[in-house]
Design a protein around this ligand. Structure first.
Ligand SMILES: [Zn+2]
Length: 195
């Protein structure tokens, strides 16, 4: 179902990862995702896992409309601290609705709709994600159990349907608005360290 199309070294400011490109074919849909792996995943303790849906506005432009970037950074830091774990970065902007539709949803939200209403008014289900691809990727790495970095308990059932046992869920709690300050602070510390 899935195939690995690339694998390379990936040094980052969080630490040294391996980066992978995967693609999978599910019915008529071809899905792509990027995986960051640190350390050996097999062993006594289930590794940390973050399944992150691509968020251009948050991950790249530091949007404060969501806390995707902060959750991603928290996950990268926690994995780096433990020296092992996996980020599965899904190429599914806006929880599967697509980038431009996400912007249209923001427009509706500016007019007073909440996220669910906005998606429904655009004709999308509230959340289009399923976890077949992450499940297959974990199977590729020989991982059967994970400690899931997520604020969404629904993801546990979705992963379990894909054959992966979630032995623990670790919330990615980031205080709103502190997220950007925290990031700047980390940057300053890093710069201070360099100087
Ligand atoms: Zn986001």
């Amino acid at each position: 179902m899935i195939s690995k199309v690339a694998e390379a070294n990936f040094p980052s400011r969080f630490g040294h990862f391996r980066i992978y490109g995967f693609e999978g074919q599910y019915g008529d849909t071809r899905e792509e995702c990027v995986v960051l792996r640190m350390g050996k995943l097999e062993g006594e303790e289930a590794p940390l896992l973050r399944i992150h849906s691509q968020c251009l506005t948050g991950d790249v432009f530091h949007s404060l409309r969501c806390d995707c970037r902060s959750q991603l950074e928290l996950s990268l830091n926690m994995i780096a601290e433990e020296g092992r774990g996996l980020i599965i970065y899904e190429h599914q902007e806006g929880r599967g609705i697509g980038l431009l539709n996400k912007l249209r949803a923001y427009e509706l939200q500016d007019q007073g709709a909440d996220t669910v209403e906005a998606n429904e008014r655009l004709g999308f289900e509230a959340d289009l994600r399923n976890y077949q691809l992450p499940g297959d990727i974990l199977t590729y790495f020989g991982v059967k159990q994970v400690r899931l970095l997520s604020n969404n308990p629904d993801k546990i059932a979705a992963l379990q349907r894909a054959g992966i046992e979630v032995v623990e869920r670790i919330p990615c709690i980031v205080a709103p608005h502190e997220s950007s300050q925290g990031y700047l602070q980390t940057k300053k510390q890093k710069m201070g360290h360099l100087l």
